[in-house]
Design a protein around this ligand. Structure first.
Ligand code: CA
Length: 238
């Protein structure tokens, strides 16, 4: 059954905004709309929608900026609308905390499906705060110089704390718990975002590269996370 979500749309192209609004309202959702970034921020603050559909190209603040500002304040699920040429922005957006993206031109049925998937994920995450996998696993892992604390979501190397983003931590925590096992990019995405879309498998490479810069003594010659060409990545035995 369709859920009566309240959706905010920030999109300056009136035609697209109207199309989205009409379709989602037929699906039983409520839609509020702003055509500019600043007005959109205010809209989200005042209306407290369940989810935000955010266009990246806006006349005043960019969508990325809106995403960054909102993430400081709240956890609202965000789906970005992007052009085919904006691949770098998509990756940046995902790193800034957007939950998903859809490329223009898109089908409205697909957008509605993405909304439901993102909402399902958000609910699941809200239902299991701090869940770190099976209870039988030790919370703190020691792998060489690396110490991964699944309970406090912190990582130390040689006793010194390393600052990771939540996504980087999830990737490392998962891989370090299964040394030697090869993970595909899709599996890592699935583990980090809850659901995988083959469209942005390569964004994992960015996360891995950033992770290596932080945890590897020599990122060019990794001793923790190895690339398995043609497959993905694995955490090396220590
Ligand atoms: Ca636009």
């Amino acid at each position: 059954m369709a859920q009566a979500y309240k959706i905010a749309v920030i999109e300056d192209e009136v035609k697209i905004a109207r199309m989205i609004k009409d379709y989602l309202e037929k699906e039983g959702m409520t839609v509020v709309w702003a055509a500019e970034g600043r007005a959109g921020l205010e809209l989200v603050r005042q209306q407290a929608p369940d989810l935000l559909i955010l266009d990246l190209m806006l006349p005043d603040l960019s969508g990325l900026e809106v995403c960054r500002l909102l993430r400081r304040e709240q956890n609202i699920p965000i789906i970005m609308l992007t052009a085919r040429s904006q691949e770098t922005d998509r990756v940046v957006g995902l790193e800034m905390g957007a939950d998903d993206y859809i490329v223009k031109p898109f089908s409205l049925a697909e957008l509605a499906a993405r909304i439901r998937a993102v909402m399902r994920r958000a609910r699941e995450q809200a239902g299991i705060p701090g869940a770190t996998g099976k209870k039988s696993e030790p919370a703190i892992l020691q792998r060489g110089e690396l110490q991964v604390d699944g309970e406090n979501c912190s990582v130390k190397r040689g006793g010194r704390e390393i600052e990771l983003t939540p996504t980087e931590f999830k990737i490392l925590n998962l891989m370090a718990r299964h040394p030697g096992r090869v993970f595909s990019r899709l599996q890592l995405l699935e583990a980090c975002l809850g659901e995988a879309y083959s469209g942005y498998e390569r964004s994992i490479d960015t996360h891995i590269s950033n992770l290596r810069k932080k945890i590897e003594p020599d990122p060019a010659n990794p001793i923790y996370i190895a690339t398995v060409f043609g497959f993905g990545y694995k955490f090396l035995q220590h």
